[in-house]
Design a protein around this ligand. Structure first.
Ligand SMILES: NC(=O)c1ccc[n+]([C@@H]2O[C@H](COP(=O)([O-])OP(=O)(O)OC[C@H]3O[C@@H](n4cnc5c(N)ncnc54)[C@H](OP(=O)(O)O)[C@@H]3O)[C@@H](O)[C@H]2O)c1
Length: 253
């Protein structure tokens, strides 16, 4: 049994990964920003155990931690150390998407996304170094936007491309601790991120319809990401470093 921490696992890709990895019998720790959402996610993870295998798996634990708050991340690290956790894998998944036309550029929009999508994961990794096992796997959840251009995504794309830029140096510097770092690049996946970005039901329906003309023939779902995340975090990927694993249904071809 491995121990894994997934940030931003109260919804979407993070929650789906937590469910999947827990079903494989691993100990799952999750973070989220909002206590009430954390509670709902933990109920989803722990409250529906039916079969014996899952009952043998330790209950998932949740920690309230806004990754833009350095103090909160330090406290998370101290708590995990006090509870004697040693992480075999860390999925740095939490992130936000705040689309904005460049002609309406604001530093606030840029700063929010850099704080959440770049500084947050790097600060979390730094603070959790003492909690990481040797060996340990770190997965940075990036996006296809790091390479593929979408309008109104300047700040979001910059935040994800910069996160990917950190992967090489992190691998060089952390290898002596037994830490390896890889990226997942999800394609367009139906989660709360779209409604949080301001898309209404009509826009969501239009997006879902448009995705029918892609190679995959549909919009991706959080469950489409879980096998890749499991592979990078826990599976047979121990010799893999610096991979940008794109799971986009062929969208970028
Ligand atoms: N969905 C896509 O199409 C897509 C495509 C490419 C990449 N991604 C990336 O995939 C990751 C997961 O996104 P998702 O689509 O699953 O979105 P989601 O459903 O909105 O989930 C994002 C999670 O991150 C949490 N979070 C956001 N900011 C945080 C912060 N400062 N501190 C701690 N937790 C925070 C959210 O909590 P709250 O509920 O409190 O906001 C939520 O639990 C993100 O990094 C996103 O950029 C998504």
């Amino acid at each position: 049994m491995k121990t894994i921490l997934i940030t931003g696992a109260t919804s979407g890709i993070g929650l789906a990964a937590a469910q999947h990895i827990r079903q494989q019998g691993h100990r799952v720790l999750i973070t989220g920003r909002r206590p009430e959402r954390l509670e709902v996610a933990l109920t989803a993870l722990n409250g529906t155990d039916q079969d014996h295998k899952q009952q043998d798996t330790p209950a998932a634990r949740g920690y309230c931690c806004d990754q833009t708050d350095v103090t909160a991340i330090t406290q998370l690290s101290e708590l995990l150390l006090a509870e004697r956790y040693q992480l075999d894998a860390l999925i740095l998944n939490a992130g936000i998407f705040l689309p904005q036309a460049f002609e309406s550029f604001t530093t606030t929009n840029l700063q929010q996304q850099l704080n959440s999508n770049l500084l947050g994961p790097l600060q979390t990794l730094y603070e959790l170094l003492p909690v990481l096992n040797n060996p340990a796997s770190v997965v940075l959840v990036s996006s296809i936007v790091a390479d593929k251009a979408f309008a109104n995504c300047t700040a979001y794309a910059a935040s994800k491309a910069a996160l990917e830029g950190a992967m090489g140096p992190l691998n060089l510097e952390l290898a002596s601790r037994g830490i390896r770092v890889n990226c997942l690049r999800p394609g367009i996946t139906l989660t709360e991120i779209q409604s949080k970005a301001g898309m209404n039901e009509e826009a969501l329906a239009q997006l879902t319809e448009n995705m029918k003309s892609t190679l995959a023939g549909r919009i991706l779902q959080p469950d489409d990401m879980v096998a890749a995340l499991e592979y990078l975090a826990l599976g047979g990927s121990s010799a893999v470093r610096g991979l940008k694993l794109q799971v986009d249904g062929g969208y970028c071809l």
